[in-house]
Design a protein. Sequence first.
Length: 80
Amino acid sequence: MTNRTHYSAEMRERAIRMVLEHEAEYPSRWAALTSISGKIGCKTETLRLWMKRELRQANEILRKASAYFAQAALDRPFKP
């Protein structure tokens, strides 16, 4: 039997936002994750995985936006 704690989506989003907003105050991302995870009551690795998933989603959004704007630029007539 595992001791899994389920955190709400709002809690995960808040924790990720805290890391992103305060990361510069720490010597490394790991230090920020360790400190903030202790404050919110989750394991450091759990918060790291939340961050990884969030960054992967952000990268996917940026990739799609980039492709969209590149296609839009190709569809426009050339203006010297």
